[in-house]
Design a binder for this molecule. Structure first.
Ligand SMILES: NC(=O)c1ccc[n+]([C@@H]2O[C@H](COP(=O)([O-])OP(=O)(O)OC[C@H]3O[C@@H](n4cnc5c(N)ncnc54)[C@H](OP(=O)(O)O)[C@@H]3O)[C@@H](O)[C@H]2O)c1
Length: 297
């Protein structure tokens, strides 16, 4: 397999770090965007550039540096956060939506003119995006970007902090998956896809709840779940690396890949993510919120 150049977010922790280690060990060249570039494993020989998804100016600087660098074969947008209550993030947008969706959307948008046909674009979503999955995380009620960016305008906002934060998370992951679907329409020459890693305990995702709660969740939650929905850092890392590098996944057209332990299966995402008009509107609305639209709407 020829060595590829991969640009990745979310490679400093969790299964993203596992995937990055596998890709580096396979001889691929990695450029990692990280808010703590020193946390990138020195043994990988990867280039680490500063990228703070909480700050759109940092996203623009990272995109500019990447655009000037070598051609990209795979763009892996894996970073993400989950909070325990709503927070205000970049440019006054709700923080989970700003980091998980808007910042990644901005990075993708900036890099689009530099992506050659065949480039893989992978967005890490989550099974929590689909109400039919009936996970413990409050599912999205809509994909209205304005309401997600400004929850005080959302008439469907749940009352409790935890439900609000859970829903901000699941909705941001829905937006990631819808972005992959819409990208496949706007740039059919690219290999656009999204990834559901299953439930992966012992990553840093629940860190805002504190070490004790997040360890308890990692211990107890898997006991309540069906075997095929719980994964491990190694299994999800292996599959994320495969999506980025394995020739078997080079032809994606907005596909949604889900870890169903021990397999990786291509399944249909939620009804909203299958709604082409909703995906196109979400893309337009993200452009508008970020001031990237060609014309005002
Ligand atoms: N764990 C699960 O069960 C699960 C399930 C479904 C989907 N996911 C998704 O999988 C992805 C990886 O999550 P994980 O579970 O491996 O969690 P994790 O260990 O917390 O990894 C999250 C990664 O995102 C990075 N990140 C967070 N905020 C950032 C920011 N403002 N700027 C730049 N990078 C930032 C983190 O960097 P730092 O090292 O600097 O913190 C870290 O590399 C996320 O998108 C998550 O939503 C996870």
């Amino acid at each position: 397999m020829a060595a590829m150049h991969m640009v990745m977010t979310g490679a400093t922790s969790g299964f993203g770090a596992d995937a990055a280690g596998r890709l580096a060990a396979a001889g691929h060249r990695l450029t990692i965007g990280a808010r703590r570039p020193d946390a990138v494993d020195g043994g990988w020989g990867a280039a680490a550039l500063p990228l703070d998804l909480d700050d759109f100016a940092s996203v623009d600087r990272f995109a500019e540096a990447i655009a000037k660098g070598p051609a990209i074969d795979a763009l892996i947008l894996n970073a993400g956060l989950q909070t325990s209550k709503l927070e205000v993030g970049a440019d006054g947008f709700e923080r989970t939506f700003a980091v998980n969706q808007l910042a990644h959307f901005r990075l993708l948008h900036r890099l689009l003119p530099h992506l050659a046909p065949g480039t893989r674009v992978i967005l890490t979503g989550s099974g929590t995006h689909d109400p039919e999955e009936k996970t413990l995380v409050t599912p999205p009620a809509h994909a209205n970007a304005e309401w997600l960016a400004y929850p005080d305008r959302d008439p469907t906002l749940p009352k409790k902090d935890q439900a609000q934060a859970f829903r901000a998370y699941s909705a941001s992951k829905l937006a990631n998956i819808m972005t992959a679907c819409e990208l496949a329409h706007r740039r059919p020459d690219l290999a656009a896809m999204s990834f559901d890693p299953g439930y992966v305990p012992w990553t840093g995702l629940a860190r805002s709840s504190g070490k004790i709660i997040s360890s308890l969740v990692s211990l107890i939650l898997p006991l309540t779940m069906k075997r095929d929905r719980k994964s491990t850092i190694a299994l999800s890392g292996q599959y994320l690396a495969a999506l980025a590098a394995d020739p078997a996944y080079a032809e994606a057209r907005g596909d949604y890949w889900s870890v169903r332990n021990p397999a990786l299966v291509r399944i249909a995402p939620s009804a909203l993510a299958r709604d082409d008009a909703a995906c196109a509107k979400l893309w337009d609305d993200c452009e508008y919120l970020l001031g990237l639209a060609q014309t005002a709407q």
